[in-house]
Design a protein around this ligand. Structure first.
Ligand SMILES: Nc1ncnc2c1ncn2[C@@H]1O[C@H](COP(=O)(O)OP(=O)(O)O)[C@@H](O)[C@H]1O
Ligand SMILES: [Mg+2]
Length: 377
């Protein structure tokens, strides 16, 4: 559904002007998965950057989940080979768009988020990254290399990746301002470890920038396309409502739209189908199975913006689980939820829910298990 891409030129312009102003040469875009970051970078930011005298180099650290340096190496190699051949360069960009779209369909179905066999980069490989970058810079002439490094949070998920983190920082530091970079990542927890911890090499080196949710204009874009291209007329309001219900994810929104077109069904029916898809894709059942009873209580408390350390929750934990409802247990539960990337701490006592759809699943699960147990009682 290529023609369904909603362009975000203004946002791309904004990021480039932040880089231009020299406030920082390294930006970080942080937003949950399936919010359209990668496609924005590939379809909006990279082409605009190219027009503005940059050489955008997109690398995903998930290309090889166990060896994130490989993504960077490949991207730099390709860029060096194609920098002076525009057609090849553009073809590479299109291939990356295609690959992203395809791998989005596989996400969640595989255990892709964490390395199962993380490997350290060899010194030779790190030296090669440096060499390629220097080569690219030399070929760039008056243009500026703009590194677009996706899934950057991955660097914080294993000690084995520390050498790459340090190498990257040194690399950019040495070329302060001569090379610019945009880091893209999806977990606030791991991004915090990477950018906000004093001992991290990226501490104060990277400027986080907001990646706003798609809004009314996106809804209007869909509404007009549905009406003009598919003769489906629907008001903005129900579309907006369903978009909020799926946590403003364009990925799930496009699934809903596809269901409406393919099966000629209304938005509510399409939403139900997509909720089911979402449960399967996000692996909610497996996640819920791995969560300890106390974790579910704490997670739901945080979803409801309630303090899990409040008396009522401590009492509930004591009553409904096998552990005591005491602060250290709740603290440990919060740590487990963060490590599993279900929540991220933003400030003291304030948390961000990384998998909002899980609440709906747990609520329903709780409801159905209560019904079952009351029926068998
Ligand atoms: N601007 C957009 N317009 C229409 N659909 C989009 C847009 N951005 C993303 N999508 C849809 O959402 C999916 C996920 O986007 P992606 O950029 O891979 O998200 P993220 O990188 O945040 O995980 C895409 O495959 C596409 O279907
Ligand atoms: Mg992405």
């Amino acid at each position: 559904m290529d023609e369904w891409h909603f362009p975000r030129a203004q946002l791309a312009n904004h990021y480039l002007s932040v880089l231009e102003l020299g406030i920082s040469s390294n930006l970080a875009i942080i937003a949950p998965r399936r919010r359209g970051k990668t496609l924005f970078v590939l379809r909006d930011l990279a082409p605009l950057a190219q027009k503005k005298k940059y050489i955008p180099v997109y690398a995903s650290l998930w290309q090889n989940i166990n060896a994130p340096h490989e993504g960077l190496l490949t991207a730099l190699e390709e860029a060096v080979q194609s920098v002076d051949r525009r057609a090849v360069f553009n073809r590479l960009l299109r291939a990356k768009i295609k690959k992203t779209t395809v791998s989005n369909e596989l996400l969640g179905r595989m255990e892709v988020e964490f390395a199962d066999n993380p490997s350290k980069p060899a010194n030779r490989e790190l030296a090669c990254i440096e060499k390629l970058l220097a080569e690219l810079q030399a070929k760039a002439g008056r243009k500026t290399v703009l590194l677009l490094i996706d899934e950057i949070q991955h660097l914080a998920t294993s000690k084995a990746f520390d050498p790459l983190t340090y190498a990257l920082r040194t690399l950019l530091d040495k070329r302060q301002g001569l090379i610019k970079s945009v880091f893209i990542g999806s977990s606030r927890h791991y991004m915090n470890l990477l950018f906000n911890e004093v001992q991290s090499p990226f501490y104060h080196f990277v400027e986080p920038v907001a990646f706003p949710d798609l809004d009314k204009e996106f809804i209007d874009f869909l509404r007009v396309k549905l009406a003009n291209d598919h003769r489906i007329s629907i008001a903005a309001r129900p579309l907006q409502k369903v978009f909020s219900a799926i946590d403003c994810s364009p990925y799930w929104m496009m699934k809903i739209v596809a269901h409406m077109i393919t099966f000629r069904i209304g938005v509510d029916e399409a939403r139900e189908h997509v909720f089911e898809l979402m449960e399967a894709a996000e692996g909610f059942e497996a996640i819920a199975r791995r969560m300890k009873p106390i974790d579910k209580i704490v997670f739901l408390a945080l979803c409801g913006r309630q303090n899990p350390f409040a008396k009522e929750f401590m009492a509930r934990i004591g009553r409904e689980t096998r552990v005591k409802g005491v602060p250290p247990n709740i603290q440990r539960s919060i740590q487990r939820l963060s490590a599993a990337n279900l929540i991220s701490r933003i400030h003291k006592g304030e948390y961000y829910i990384e998998k909002p759809g899980l609440k709906r699943y747990l609520d329903r699960d709780k409801y159905s298990s209560e019904t079952i147990s009351s029926q068998t009682r």
